[in-house]
Design a protein around this ligand. Sequence first.
Ligand SMILES: [Zn+2]
Length: 472
Amino acid sequence: MNQIIKDARSLAIAILCFFSTTAIAQNISSEPAEGGGAYPYGRNDAGNPCISPAQYKAIERRVADNIQLLKLNPHNEQRTTTTLFSWPLREAAGFTDCSYYFITNYVDQDATTGIKDYNCGTVTYDGHRGTDIATGPYPFYKMDNNQVDVIAAAPGTIIDKSDGYFDRNCVMNTDTANYIIIQHADGSLALYWHMKKYSLTSKIVGQTVAVGEFLGVVGSSGDATGPHLHFEVWANTLSSSLNDPYAGTCNLLNSTTWWTTQKPYTEPAVLKAQVNLIAPVLPACPTTETPNQDTCFNPGASVRFYFFLRNETIGDTAHLRIINPDGSTFYTWTHNSTTDYIASYWYWVRTLPSFTGVYTFETIYNGITCSTNFAVNCGTLGATSVTELSQITVYPNPANNTLNLEMKNIDNGTYQVTLKNVVGQPVMTRDAAVADNALQQTFSIATLPNGIYFLTIESGNTRIVRKIVKQN
Ligand SMILES: [Zn+2]
């Protein structure tokens, strides 16, 4: 074929593809979910306080005794230096969900019987003194599989520690929690409560920990109604010196934030996208949930597409898409939020195509993409489990200045990563060497014109394409 005709044909195909993509984009509709709603989780309340008044008295005594034994500084003077916290939780190695937590209670700033959090909202219960960070979806599954670590939010000395107590509580009780208390250089304390039995660091009282160091696994020990971390801050060794790490209009305890980077009051995001042949099982606390996530399906199977959300907000729209092995769209739809939830989930049933290959279920909410891969005719691809399929995350999308690409569980080798415009012209190309089965790339796209782009990742027989929207 003569080159000009070939080029003309390529251009015609590209234009055709562009218009058909546009046509599909215009027809994306909101489709009611087959099911879903609020995701069930345990949440402490005034009748089930995370730490009881009697326990606070006991903590103060133990801390005072340990300070005397270890000859540590009680630091009960005015705080003179500043402790700043990083996030006290971390997903364990090998974890492939998009996120893993949601906040169920902040510190109660209302000294009377009312409730008010630092942001003047009501995400708290009467008398609550910490930040409750729940894990999900599947909190007991996460606990059983050690998927969420509690880590030191700031460096310091272990000043009290408790382990060996029952960790599957669901109702009010007077049980002792598995916990660690750390004293920082300025004399302030951080309390890490409700951890999993026998999961705690082997370090003992008096030893120091670095920021980010492993302390234990999120559990439901002590007075808890489900797995969560209760993170509490005291300015000194007396419980009366309570602080709230979040700065906000209604924080009456302290005027500045204690976070290195304070997270927003709500963080709308997709926690997890998953594809199932049968529904996940969500039994009552404390039975471990069964996710029933599948990655290998028969051609034409009728399957369920689930996504789990944090802080779903009224009026928001999530975009969902099933992507063919060649990067084109098999099916796309939207989900419109009509209720506020701290945690929620929704699912749709779709009939899969019949051709063999690795597909992607992509969800985009609040500018963040969360995807999971699955295969049709898995056996012929040689993959039999989710860990054998690569995980791809592109965010934010739409993007304005910077675009991030993250891939996990990919073969080692050299990948050519190319950003192309809608007519297929490369606007950015780079080679990326992968040695540890993971690829992370950041693209500066500030100078590119607004519009639709395609990010292509290629190596040997692998070719993955993602549609990106650039918008200022
Ligand atoms: Zn709490």
